[in-house]
Write a protein that binds this ligand. Sequence first.
Ligand code: TRP
Length: 329
Amino acid sequence: MKRILTGIKPTGTPHIGNYFGAIKQAIELSKNEDYEALYFIADYHALNTVKNPELFKKYTHEIAATWLACGLDPGKVMFYKQSDIPEVFELNWILNNITPKGVLNRAHAYKACVEDNKNKNLDPDSGVNMGLYCYPVLMAADILLMQSNLVPVGLDQKQHLEITKEIARYFNNTFGNFFVSPEEYIPESVGTIIGLDGRKMSKSYGNTITLFGDEKMLRSQINKIVTNSQTPEEPKDTDCAIFKIFSLFANSKQIEEMKEKFSKGIGWGEVKKQTFEVANSLLAPMREVYNYYISHPEEIDKILENGAKKARQIAAQTIGEVRKLIGKE
Ligand code: TRP
C-alpha cells in the first residue's frame, strides 16, 4: 500500500488560513483507503523558532487538538510526534554525511536570512543556527524514514521536497538503491487565503482569524476585516477581503445570495454579521471537540503515543536496513 505522510510544525495557534490552506485537504486525503497515512507534529523542527518550554508544549497540544477537531481519525492515521521517533534523529545524522553543503546553501529559508543580514550590513550568518541550516535534512529524514510515496505540502515546501529527493538519490548512489523517492502533492485548488487586511493570511502579518477562538473572539476578528467607506446603498465589488473570507465558509447558494446583495447594496456591518454567522456555524461543532481535547491533554498524549508506537514499527524496519547498508551491522 502507498504511504502518505505530512508534518505539521507547531509554531503558533492555528488560524483559518491553516485550515483552508492545508488541514482540510490533508484530512480528506487521509480518508483515502488506497493509502496508509502518517501525520506527525514536527516539534523538533519548531524548536528552531519556539524557545519557550511552556509555549513549546502548548503549541504541540493545540496543533494536535486542532487536527483531531478537524476530523483526523487516529484509528486510520498514525498520528505522532516527531520527537517520539528516535530513528528520525539517527537517520538525520546519517543523511548529514551524504548531503553536500552546497545543497543547503541554496535552501530558501537560509538564503533569505543571509540576504537580510547583508542588507543590514551584518555578518551574513548572523542569527543563523545549525537547526535552520540543517532543517531540510531533518525533513528528509522524516520523509525517507517512513518510505513515503506522497507528501501533501504547501507551495512553500516544494524546495524541501526537491532536496529530499536529491538526498535520497545521493544515499541510493552511495549505498545501494533503497529509499523510495517521494512525490510532493501540492493541491492546485488551494489558492492563497486572504487575511483581515487583504494580504495573504499569515501569522507574521498579524492579520489572522483564530481557528478555534471563542465566539467573542471570532466576532471581534471578523469585525476587524478591512473594508472601505462606501455607504450601505452603494453597489460593491466582490473582489475584497470580506467577500473572500465569507466565501470560505459559505455554500454556493449563500455565496450567490451575497453576490446579489453586493450588487444591490449592503452595509459592511451587515456583511460582517453574516460572515460571523456562517463561520460560526461551521466552526462551533469543531470548536467543541477542540476544547474537549485542550482540557484533556492526557488524551492527546495517549493518542500521540499510540501513533508513535505504530510509526516506530516502520521506522525500525527502515533504520535496520540502513544500518546494514552503511555497514554498522
Ligand atoms: N517544514 C514543514 C512546514 O514548515 C513541516 C515538516 C517537517 C514537514 N517535516 C515534514 C512537512 C515532512 C512534510 C513532510 O510546514
